[in-house]
Ligand binder design. Structure first.
Ligand SMILES: C[S@@+](CC[C@H](N)C(=O)[O-])C[C@H]1O[C@@H](n2cnc3c(N)ncnc32)[C@H](O)[C@@H]1O
Length: 431
């Protein structure tokens, strides 16, 4: 067997455990396979393919190189603000949360600290973290987070339970006590969990590594695990549609900017919104947001009840702040809204007309370009989509939606290497 067909065989094994096609293409896995050859002392890719076919441990080692356990405390702070509001207004005790793909535990610890800050006692909250990576789980069980777990300031209200000193986080034992870590691979690891028992499920930054069938099976199970009013938290590049849940889940209410929180739809989904996968909330929409309470004064402060403050009107919930230089003329919200509405209604010709008008009037805003990119994608107009999406990532290099769209376009024309680079950039995250 040639080295390339051996790599193809290894790729097939990885796709069988639900990893994404582009991430498991021969050119994408060549260097990690080389690394495993060195680590195992196996002499050829061919022989390694044989080993991988027999050894689930080898598959696990390869998966660890593809789906890296990168995580940090309070990643997407808005998620924890939305969760805190839910915890403080819900009567559900214990409040049960599942963190799928919990990596080294930063996410479960952030969830537990959020619960304690919302006034729950340690025995009133249960957080189960699941991940297949044994080394990551060992760090989680020791509550040892490395320097990369603190990126930016932690929310001040978390300070009694998680402290950051010189970039190292100290997890309060009460937080650790709320968390249980289990080794397992989704979707299999989700089967034994009792259905309808979780108040919230976090499944963030896993789907970006998975193929469609895996995402759908996981999505179905996550939905089954949630209580009827449970909240689903996804990553910044992920939407319910990625899990096949677009008909049943919608953005959670009250909306919190940057929370990527979803709950079951109260009304049936509108028919096929064209831009459903995008998060282009126009600026200035009367979004509601929950303002988190301020921190308790000292680290030894007892758990505090969060005032049941009603959500208050706040600024728009747009997730990508355009650099100042990106907008040479302000986008008129109502026109942008109208264009988006037309696109969602499937009237792409009208949407193009409206966005063309905005462009002709001098609008070079990121919001407009993102919308144009999505419309051209929906129309199947690859050259125009690519042109505008490249402008988007020029202005906003970490723009996940644009990077993922560009990856799809590159894949469609058979440029797997470029698609992979776009996906890797998207997977690095932006916040
Ligand atoms: C980028 S981390 C996400 C960490 C965390 N959820 C966050 O958003 O900060 C991806 C994690 O997914 C885990 N993972 C990979 N495949 C998995 C699977 N099939 N089921 C559960 N976890 C998986 C990896 O071990 C890795 O720790």
């Amino acid at each position: 067997m040639s080295a390339t067909s051996a790599l193809e065989r290894i790729g097939e094994l990885l796709r069988a455990v639900h990893l994404d096609g582009a991430l498991t293409a021969p050119e994408a896995i060549r260097s990690i396979v080389d690394e495993r050859l060195r680590a195992t002392g196996v002499s050829s890719v061919d022989a390694y393919a044989e080993l991988a076919a027999r050894s689930s441990d080898e598959i696990a080692r390869l998966r660890e190189q593809i789906a890296v356990p990168e995580t940090w405390l309070f990643r997407y702070p808005g998620s924890f603000e939305a969760l805190q509001y839910r915890m403080s207004t819900s009567q559900s005790r214990p409040f049960r949360v599942l963190s799928v793909a919990c990596a080294t535990g930063a996410e479960p610890f952030s969830i537990a600290a959020t619960a304690l800050s919302a006034g729950l006692l340690p025995d009133q909250v249960s957080v189960i973290g699941i991940d297949p990576n044994p080394a990551a789980l060992a760090s989680a069980r020791r509550a040892e987070l490395g320097r990369m777990a603190v990126r930016g300031e932690l929310p001040s209200w978390a300070s009694p339970w998680i402290e950051s000193r010189n970039g190292i986080a100290r997890i309060d034992p009460a937080v650790r006590a709320c968390c249980e870590f289990r080794e397992g691979v989704a979707p299999g690891a989700l089967i034994d969990l009792p259905a309808g028992t979780f108040d919230a499920v976090f499944c963030r930054n896993l789907a970006i590594y998975l193929g469609e069938s895996g995402r759908r099976v996981i999505g179905e199970r996550l939905a089954a695990l949630l209580k009827p009013d449970g909240m689903l938290f996804l990553g910044h590049a992920e939407r319910p549609a990625l899990f096949g849940l677009e008909a049943t889940f919608e953005p959670a209410s009250p909306a919190v900017s940057g929370s990527f929180a979803f709950s079951r739809r109260s009304t049936p989904a509108p028919t096929k919104p064209v831009l459903a996968a995008l998060d282009l909330q126009p600026q200035g929409t009367p979004w509601e947001s929950y303002a988190p309470p301020r921190a308790a004064a000292t680290a030894s402060a007892p758990p505090r009840a969060v005032p049941n403050s009603a959500p208050t009107p706040a600024a728009g919930a747009h997730t990508h702040a355009a650099p100042a230089s990106a907008a040479t003329a302000p986008t008129t919200n109502s026109q942008l809204l109208a264009a988006r509405a037309a696109a969602d209604a499937g009237n792409l010709a009208r949407a193009v007309e409206l966005t063309d008008n905005l462009h002709a009037a001098g609008d070079r805003s990121l919001a407009l370009m993102e919308l144009q990119g999505a419309i051209f994608m929906a129309m199947g107009d690859a050259p125009r989509a690519e042109n505008v999406l490249r402008q988007v990532i020029y202005l906003d290099p970490g723009n996940v939606e644009a990077l993922l769209h560009l990856a799809v376009l590159a894949e469609r024309r058979g440029d797997g290497a470029l698609a992979l680079r776009y996906r890797q950039r998207a997977a690095k995250g932006t916040s």
